[in-house]
Design a protein around this ligand. Structure first.
Ligand SMILES: [Zn+2]
Length: 330
């Protein structure tokens, strides 16, 4: 399916580039179509029809427009390049990714607006079906292997797992891969920056298209990315600080992560396995660190709030065990 789609897209782009070299007007929508998901394209169409696009300036080669969203106004810039089209938008969906990131609805709306202004019609329903990005696919076998070894699971697969498992994926907010955090190996960890990163993830759940079920994989993967940064910076950090940070992360897992996500597809498993592995490393290295006392108090009350009794550092370290892995196999 993905290959077929790619072929369509290549033929489509080639024919468009040919049309351009023959002196035919360039079409922004035709360049953007193979860079957008179908649901996003349809939302972009609605935006144009609701007259939310206001041009700030445009010519044959470039447009700058303000697009009104539900809450804010976003600035989109589209510009024809030799190879196709350069695109920019300051909305959350478009931030933090590579330039090859799929187009957002504001870009789609601007492209349709710009084309129509220049007398070019928008793509047909058939073209939208054929040329938009094929939905991601992931094999049953690779899902099983994700859960078999959750500590080594490919985070990109976790991100799309729920979409694959669902019969009718719904449009939902695309989350950043990771909250902002310094990944430098030489910087000692501070609780304040972890708190900031966790607060950022909580803000993602307030986005208008955030869906606790369909965004669960991305939320779980982002939490894992944060835990991987903690792991990388462990060696240069004070044991006392890291142990308290781990308590903070367990607390967040119970009190926030479980509330803002619906992990019925099992994607909840990945962060705690990482937490367990980190805590067991710390227990081995610093078994007599007095701050374990504080750790125990924090996780005990977090666990109690979630209905889990007797939670302590050994229990958390055990999260990485076979028992937890087995319970998650689908
Ligand atoms: Zn946008």
């Amino acid at each position: 399916m993905a290959d077929k789609n790619l072929n369509y897209q290549q033929t489509f782009l080639r024919s468009k580039l040919q049309a351009v070299s023959n002196g035919i007007k360039k079409s922004a929508t035709e360049f953007l179509l193979p860079q957008a998901y179908k649901e996003i394209w349809q939302r972009g169409e609605e935006y144009v029809d609701w007259k939310t696009v206001k041009p700030v300036g445009s010519n044959e080669a470039k447009i700058k427009a303000a697009v009104r969203g539900k809450k804010d106004e976003y600035i989109v810039i589209l510009e024809f390049t030799k190879a196709g089209i350069a695109k920019q938008c300051n909305c959350a969906y478009s931030q933090g990714g590579p330039p090859s990131r799929p187009a957002c609805k504001h870009m789609v709306a601007t492209a349709i607006f710009w084309d129509e202004k220049r007398g070019l019609s928008r793509p047909s329903k058939k073209d939208i079906g054929l040329y938009t990005i094929a939905p991601p696919s992931i094999s049953r076998q690779s899902i099983i292997s994700l859960f078999k070894n959750p500590l080594r699971a490919d985070l990109d697969k976790i991100r799309i797992l729920v979409e694959y498992s669902s019969w009718s994926p719904q449009p939902h907010s695309r989350l950043p891969n990771s909250p902002k955090i310094v990944s430098s190996l030489r910087r000692p960890l501070k609780a304040s920056e972890i708190k900031k990163a966790l607060a950022e993830m909580e803000r993602w759940s307030k986005r208008s298209l955030y869906d606790p079920y369909f965004c669960a994989g991305e939320m779980s993967a982002a939490f894992c990315e944060l835990l991987d940064v903690v792991k990388k910076r462990l060696a240069v950090s004070k044991p006392k600080d890291v142990i308290l940070i781990m308590a903070l992360l367990v607390d967040w897992f119970y009190k926030k992560f479980n509330k803002i996500t619906d992990c019925s597809e099992g994607v909840w498993i990945f962060p705690p396995v990482r937490i367990g592995s980190l805590v067991s490393t710390l227990l081995r290295k610093y078994p007599r660190e007095p701050v374990w006392q504080n750790f125990r108090q924090i996780v005990k009350s977090a666990g109690a709030a979630a209905g889990v009794r007797g939670l302590d550092e050994k229990g958390v370290a055990g999260w990485v065990n076979e028992r937890l892995r087995k319970s998650a196999v689908v």
